[in-house]
Unconditional design. Structure first.
Ligand code: GSH
Length: 216
């Protein structure tokens, strides 16, 4: 059976969980926490920086959430095509996946990391720069959404977008200037695979470094 190393509050773990849930793929969930030092030990050497998620499939060990989803798409996806075979459709999807990781998730994480580093005295210049980048990305996504209607189907795009927008909106709320993006975030959170991740993460909300908002 597949094994996934991750944590229910981890945005990048959600990316993979959404793909697994969408395809009803059975897996052994190996939560990386203080109660399971052997899981932390495993991921420490799986990739260069010991980050999760990590997927183990027999002798195959795959890290990087996007690569895991590509792997699942090639070998285990039964119900939903996560990454299409057609090269130009796949390329467009991979480009959007990069947008969500690099310009939403990782930029949101800059703000979170500032609060982890020193919650009483976060670097305001770094935070302002990250917020400006998030606003610019929200504006770009608002334009892109004109051509990408909300779908009930899960692809690499939904896997990447749902956790990124879930947490980014907590850090830097999506303004009313971006109604399509607001609507799409709500649509994504209502998808059964994503709603399941939201519920599984709920007990960990008190640990959110900026304080979790009383919604979602
Ligand atoms: N690019 C990686 C990012 C993974 C990542 O940043 N994971 C976080 C959890 S969401 C992590 O491992 N944090 C713990 C650490 O950095 O030691 C991916 O797509 O899997």
């Amino acid at each position: 059976m597949l094994a996934l190393y991750g944590h229910p509050f981890s945005s990048y773990t959600w990316k993979v969980l959404i793909a697994l849930y969408a395809n009803d793929i059975e897996f052994d969930y190996r939560v990386v926490d203080d109660a399971h030092p052997e899981h932390a030990q495993f991921i420490a050497t799986a990739g260069p920086l010991g980050k999760f998620p990590v997927l183990q499939d027999g002798e195959n060990v795959i890290f990087e959430s996007t690569s895991i989803i590509e792997y699942l798409s090639q070998r285990h996806a039964r119900n939903q095509v996560l990454v299409p075979d057609e090269p130009s459709a796949a390329l467009g999807m991979r480009m959007l996946d990069r947008v969500f990781d690099n310009y939403v998730m990782n930029v949101m994480q800059i703000v979170v990391n500032e609060y982890i580093r020193d919650g009483a005295n976060p670097d305001q210049a770094r935070i302002a720069e990250a917020r400006e980048q998030l606003t610019r990305t929200y504006a770009w996504l608002e334009g892109w959404l004109e051509y990408y209607p909300p779908m009930d189907h899960i692809t690499l795009i939904e896997c990447a977008a749902a956790p990124a927008l879930f947490y980014a909106d907590w850090v830097h709320p999506i303004a009313d200037d971006f109604p399509r993006l607001q609507h799409w975030r709500a649509h994504l959170l209502a998808l059964p695979e994503v709603a399941r991740c939201v519920e599984e993460a709920r007990p960990f909300r008190p640990y959110f470094p900026l304080g979790a908002p009383d919604r979602d």
